[in-house]
Design a protein around this ligand. Structure first.
Ligand code: NAD
Ligand code: TYD
Length: 359
């Protein structure tokens, strides 16, 4: 039975990936989820799998060399799927250090531990091992020409401390491939949306604020473009790269779903109005009047857009979910899971929200 070590499995994409893999492979795989449970990690996301015999949660920090080495010593790990990271650009602008520590040092710890566990005495690797490093399209910087796209060959040009830390981590993985022939792939994905996303990110923040009649903060002119991908389609891509990705290669994952932020916000408002029943008192709160233009994010990247040609041609990946369906599913999920929203927006997040938006 293949054993996956998933880091950051209690976060947004990580928890969706755990669900995706158990839906697809059932009892044929084992998953060890290693997560430090920062503000962004929530075990509630994994309630449905926690009783499984083939699922284990280990609370550990990827910067903690001893703890990570112990997990490799006690388990014959076949595949590492490395999601754990500090992931929010705005937080990275306020406090870059922890992004370097977790995203760069943490990745180095993971690489070293996997290499030590998997390497034979002659420098070759045990069969069937792979390290899948999950990264972002933000490492490529910002596109100005509307006809341009990010390809795997696009030079790295990160602008935020978040994207710089992810770019550094990607280059470390590449260095392990080039220097040690380490069995790894890198995936660079566009903006994900779907269930379990922490409401500091645009889509769940807008859903949550609109429902309670709070302002919808739009950075700058609202015309920055992001390329949105439904999270299950990302999980499918990661699984395909684990199965078929060529040694040392990187793959961009994105479904040609470019939207201006303001369009996204208006779509959420109309979807909420459409789904909420007339007798739901929250319906009266939902209005475009809540849209509030605020000071732009420092160094705000204008446009991201992925060319997924390589993963489509080599591995046959295509997204299954059209944006119109995905956003409806997402809005519906948050409406059906208001307890989840209330739990994650209490405490720490409230303090963060006040600091970010008090001006
Ligand atoms: P998230 O912030 O929702 O989750 C991150 C998870 O990592 C949390 O469970 C957190 O507790 C855990 N974590 C943080 N620091 C840790 C540490 N030091 N040790 C162990 N665990 C730690 O992030 P996400 O949106 O799910 O993103 C997952 C990965 O995908 C990240 O590497 C991110 O860069 C990448 N990515 C995200 C997007 C997106 O749109 N969200 C797009 C492309 C790539
Ligand atoms: P976000 O969800 O933080 O993802 P990323 O910065 O990684 O792309 O932001 C998506 C876009 O939405 C980005 O252009 C910034 C913008 N944005 C707002 O306009 N208002 C907000 O309150 C947030 C959180 C983001």
């Amino acid at each position: 039975m293949r054993t996956y070590l998933v880091t950051g499995g209690a976060g947004f994409i990580g928890s969706n990936f755990v669900h995706y893999m158990f839906r697809k492979y059932g009892d044929d795989i084992r998953i060890i989820n290693v997560d430090a449970l920062t503000y962004a990690g929530n075990l509630e996301n994994l309630k449905a799998v926690e009783a499984r015999d083939n699922y284990t949660f280990v609370k550990a920090d990827i910067r903690d060399k001893e703890a990570i080495e112990k997990i490799f010593a006690e388990n014959d790990v076949d595949v590492v799927v490395h999601f754990a990271a500090e992931s929010h650009v705005d937080r990275s602008i306020r406090n870059p250090e922890v992004f370097v520590e977790t995203n760069v040092i943490g990745t180095a710890v993971m690489l070293n531990a996997a290499k030590a566990a998997w390497e034979n005495e002659d420098g070759s690797y045990k069969a069937g091992k792979k390290f899948l490093h999950v990264s972002t399209d933000e490492v490529y910087g910002s596109l100005s020409d509307p006809k341009d796209y990010f390809y795997e060959t696009t030079p790295y040009d990160p602008h935020s401390p978040y994207s710089a830390s992810k770019a550094s981590a990607d280059l470390l993985v590449k260095a392990y491939v080039d220097t040690y022939h380490f069995p790894a792939n890198i995936t660079n994905c566009s903006n994900n949306y779907g269930p379990y996303q922490f409401p500091e990110k645009l889509i769940p923040l807008v859903i949550n604020n609109a429902l309670s009649g709070k302002k919808l903060p739009v950075y700058g002119d609202g015309k920055n473009v992001r390329d949105w991908l439904y999270v299950d389609d990302h999980c499918k891509g990661i699984d395909m790269v684990i199965e078929g990705g060529k040694q040392g290669e990187k793959y961009n994952i994105g479904g040609h779903n470019e939207r201006e932020n303001i369009q996204i916000i208006k779509t959420i408002i109309s979807t909420l109005k459409d789904i909420l029943p007339d007798d739901d008192p929250r319906k009266a709160n939902v209005s475009e009047d809540l849209i509030t233009f605020v000071e732009d994010r420092k160094g705000h990247d204008r446009r991201y857009a992925i060319a997924p040609d390589k993963i489509s041609k080599e591995l046959g990946w295509l997204p299954d979910t059209k944006f119109e369906d995905g956003i409806r599913l997402t809005v519906k999920w948050y409406l059906d899971n208001m307890d989840w929203m209330e739990n994650v927006t209490s405490g720490d997040y409230q303090a963060y929200y006040r600091k970010m938006y008090e001006a």
